[in-house]
Design a protein around this ligand. Structure first.
Ligand code: AMP
Length: 282
């Protein structure tokens, strides 16, 4: 297995990318916050299929955490992450520190309009501006041919697509379906926060989502179906449901009845851990 090269500065990243370009290689970029699991690794595998060179990035981006969120305790294990990336044949890991990404005096942000005003955007003010700013920087730093994002974070995927179109960023955005545990729970770095009892309980989320999607597909009015599903989530032990909404897949605006293309999106808490998920409806 070839060595995984690790670089920590934009200058070093660009030097390696220039070598790749000289050799004519297509380049795929996989941005992550580390604490890698099979969801992330599937993005890397997809990138390997499409590109001769694959760059993964690990940066826990403080700009996408709110003041009461889990930045300080977000799981970090670069050695384990690097070992997994190496195993898959990733060519390069870009793991900048805070100073490299946001040097003293950093003052620019990228904010995307309407798409960020619903769902996660309401529960987590500033989140998407943090994401859009760091993703823009990573895309401009690496200038890949393609960048890979998970459908697990569906609104984020749509925001990134919008931003890339709006700013004419010369990169293709590739969406990768959500990778799930055996009981259907979407893989997430934050699942590490769950106690064994909470983890067991969390399996109710995909099950309720699955059944709710089946009901919504019948073309009935969504609101009573969604109210019932919220009740079931509470009964199953979820402490708070930030949102459970049927939305148009492109605009992410709520719709009263399922129509193509639509998605059911959820954010709910098990204890202090916030889980998100989404399923296509039609
Ligand atoms: P994160 O490290 O949580 O910022 O995620 C980095 C990338 O991995 C994002 O594009 C996520 O959407 C994607 N991702 C995270 N979990 C999953 C999953 N279970 N299935 C597919 N992609 C995922």
């Amino acid at each position: 297995m070839p060595e995984l090269q690790i670089v920590r500065t934009v200058a070093d990243l660009r030097a390696v990318v220039a070598q790749y370009r000289r050799s004519g290689a297509g380049i795929g970029l996989v941005p992550t916050m580390g604490a890698l699991h099979d969801g992330h690794l599937t993005l890397v595998r997809s990138a390997k299929l499409d590109n001769a060179r694959v760059i993964a990035t690990i940066f826990v981006n403080p700009k996408q955490f709110g003041p009461t969120e889990d930045l300080a305790r977000y799981p970090r294990d670069e050695a384990a992450d690097a070992a997994m990336l190496k195993e898959l044949g990733t060519d390069l890991l870009f793991a900048p520190d805070l100073e490299e990404m946001y040097p003293e005096g950093f003052a620019t942000s990228v904010s995307v309009g309407a798409l960020t005003q619903s769902l996660e955007g309401l529960s987590r003010p500033g989140f998407f501006t943090g994401v859009a700013t760091v993703v823009t920087k990573l895309l401009l730093q690496a200038l890949p041919d393609r960048a890979y994002f998970g459908e697990k974070d569906f609104q984020q995927l749509q925001v990134v697509r919008r931003m890339v179109r709006d700013l004419n960023l010369p990169v293709g955005i590739v969406a990768v379906p959500t990778i799930r545990e055996a009981d259907g729970l979407a893989m997430s770095s934050r699942n590490r926060y769950l106690s064994p009892a909470q983890r067991k309980m969390a399996g109710a989320l995909p099950q309720i989502m699955h059944e709710t999607v089946a009901e919504l597909r019948n073309g009935q009015i969504a609101s009573p179906i969604i109210a019932k599903a919220k009740g079931r989530l509470h009964q199953a032990g979820f402490d708070r449901v930030d949102y459970l909404e049927l939305c148009d897949e492109t605009s992410l605006q709520p719709i009263p009845v399922a129509r193509a293309p639509s998605r059911l999106l959820v954010a709910a808490y098990v204890g202090g851990t916030r889980l998100i998920d989404n399923w296509p409806v039609v």
